[in-house]
Ligand binder design. Structure first.
Ligand code: NAD
Ligand code: AHE
Ligand code: ZN
Length: 369
């Protein structure tokens, strides 16, 4: 079938809006009509050429919500008409990783997903007879996409697509990093570096967890008001701090953060996030994705003296199990998504959505099909 898509033709170039061809679902696959998709910084990261796994041409997008329109053979858990959120971290419930109960990083289809292909090693997308790659197994920058059954969370039908699409990445990543990965406890002091689409959800997660001091760090002063609305108690603009940021934060927290979160993808800031943690127990969680070739460093003494460096993908969430619950939290008013979606646009304007994110004018832009 013909579908409308934003195609990443080449690294560093704007997406091209055009018609591409999509084959129907094969065994274990599902055809989804995408109703809305958020634009995450990771889409920009891959489009920029910084992603070692980046492939072109590809249909990017990994923060979607939509409706099942067809299922391939052997699909048992979904049917036509079901509302779904695609999962770039699937949940097969059978692989060694899923069965371990120690990680959310299901590996059932990770190899082909990283190659921009469906699990059988082929792509469903093409243009003029030439292969177009999938992205993160989701490719939500197209109004129809094919996704493996194990990479779809079935969600309630009364939830609005243009809001819950954000649960497909940013909301779950930010809140999950606090609850699943760091396991922040009531009364903890938390420092969040980067107050964008992810960091503001970390702030909201920290408030849910009952944190005491919630410090937000961002070079964009425009982030202060919205972060306060989500629970931030102190704002720090590194550009206004005299001297080093780390001792400033250690002083502010009276000894160091119990938990810190890096939500930027900047390896210098990752070091600051670790080193502002409390001696003996502070835990720093890396969420930001850094470009090819970049590495983190610190004095090993920082770890010898009890600080812990961790990372998280999709907030440690097991998508098919956890995502429907997070949709319920939204529908029950326990979490705020609406105020973070600052811009909506048709697919035609998706490049403007990227520009708004890059300039710091938007928190989350959402494409509504
Ligand atoms: P965003 O562009 O919405 O937000 C980034 C924020 O960081 C902005 O507010 C910006 O002003 C701020 N910032 C930039 N440089 C800074 C600096 N030096 N000091 C302080 N603040 C600074 O991006 P996002 O969508 O929130 O994504 C954030 C990061 O998280 C990206 O690297 C993205 O790829 C990554 N990410 C990771 C996961 C995961 O599962 N690990 C999931 C989603 C996104
Ligand atoms: N492909 C990159 C890494 C990109 C990355 O870390 N992706 C995160 C999700 S970011 C969502 O906005 C992730 O889930 N990682 C785990 C995984 O298996 O990809 C690289 O550096 O190669
Ligand atoms: Zn994302």
């Amino acid at each position: 079938m013909d579908v409308r898509a934003a195609i990443a033709v080449e690294a560093g170039k704007p997406l091209v809006i055009d018609t591409v061809q999509l084959e129907g679902p094969k065994a274990g696959e599902v055809l989804v009509e995408v109703k809305a998709t958020g634009i995450c910084h990771t889409d920009y990261f891959t489009l920029s050429g910084a992603d070692p796994e980046g492939l072109f041409p590809a249909i990017l997008g990994h923060e979607g919500a939509g409706v099942v329109v067809d299922v391939g053979p052997n699909v048992t858990s979904l049917k036509k008409g079901d509302h779904v959120i695609p999962l770039y971290t699937p949940e097969c419930r059978q692989c060694e990783y899923c069965l371990s109960q120690k990680t959310n990083l299901c590996q059932a289809i990770r190899v082909t997903q990283g190659q921009g292909l469906m699990p059988d090693g082929s792509s469903r997308f093409s243009m003029g007879g030439k292969k177009v790659h999938h992205y993160m197994g989701t490719s939500t920058f197209a109004n129809f996409t094919v996704v493996p059954e194990i990479a779809l969370a079935k969600v309630r039908e009364d939830a609005p697509f243009d809001k819950i699409c954000y649960i497909g990445c940013g909301v779950t990543t930010g809140i999950g990093a606090v609850i699943n990965t760091a396991r922040v406890e009531p009364g903890a002091n938390v420092v969040v570096f980067g107050l964008g689409g992810i960091g503001l959800n970390v702030i909201q997660g920290a408030r849910l967890a009952g944190a005491d001091m919630i410090i937000g760090v961002d070079i964009n002063p425009g982030r202060k008001a919205i972060a306060e609305k989500f629970g931030m108690t102190h704002f720090v603009n590194p550009k206004e701090v005299e001297g080093d940021l780390v001792p400033y934060l250690v002083n502010l927290t009276k000894g160091g953060a119990d938990y810190s979160f890096e939500c930027i993808g900047n390896t210098t800031v990752m070091r600051q996030a670790l080193e502002c943690c409390h001696k003996g127990w502070g835990v720093s969680v890396i969420i930001g994705v850094a470009g090819a070739g970049q590495e983190i460093s610190t004095r090993p003494f920082q770890l010898v003296t009890g600080r812990v460096w961790k990372g998280t993908a999709f907030g440690g969430a097991r998508g098919r199990t956890d995502v429907p619950k997070i949709v319920d939290w939204y529908m029950d008013g326990k979490i705020n998504i609406d105020d973070l979606i600052t811009h909506t646009m048709p697919l035609q304007d998706i490049n403007k959505g990227f520009d708004l994110m890059k300039s710091g004018s938007s928190i989350r832009g959402v494409v509504v099909y």
